[in-house]
Write a protein that binds this ligand. Sequence first.
Ligand code: 9D3
Length: 244
Amino acid sequence: MRFDIFTLFPEMFQGPVTASILGRAQAQGLVEIALHNPRDVTTDRHHVVDDYPYGGGAGMVMKPEPLFNSVEAVYQGGPIILLSPQGRVFTQAVARELAAEPRVTLLCGHYEGVDERVREHLATDEISIGDFVLTGGELAAMVIVDAVSRLLPGVLAAGSTEEESHTAGLLEYPQYTRPPEFRGWRVPEMLLSGHHAAIARWRRKEALRRTRVRRPDLLAKAELSVSDRKLLAEIEAEDEVHTP
Ligand code: 9D3
């Protein structure tokens, strides 16, 4: 899969795309990340990429021409996503949608925004990563590249995304590693028992318990089996004992 990222600050991407799992995925040829700076295609003396907003107001707006020209110079199909606070919110479902594309183009805005004609006539999609304000679309683009790349075949160790589909829609169960006692805090005895079926049941129950407390919104949407309902009933009964 290939990502073409258009940004005035390509250096922001150096760490995240070369390190760790993304770095290895690129070295293996599973993911290709091409960075493009719209400033490089400007032909005016000062390589201007932004200008004052028509009608006045604070801040600068990204000019349409450098973005259109730089995209058109390399575009070979696929969605053109404008990262913007006004886009549809990025979720795991959107990540799965994008992972099915052979090429994705990401346009990073900076300053107070981009000329509306980019949104109307260049972008095919608009995505936000959540309701908080960033200084630009670069970190949002990195979030998307990371979340999408790890879904591609071969990027993660075998089995990692398998377990994910099994626990989809729930928070994760607590994890422990050695030592069995650290500063007097013991690992739950169940996990040391070697009783695989009982461990699986304990983990499922703790995932349900945690989701119920922290993300009741997720629990309401989750597809629960009959045994999940039984575990939840147990959790609710345990709760009765502790709440006066
Ligand atoms: C919401 C504030 N805007 C109205 C004054 C101005 C503005 C601030 C910051 C416009 C763009 C930005 C930069 N943010 C992004 O480009 C961005 C973003 C974000 O801020 N939050 C979540 N997702 C995204 S995707 C791109």
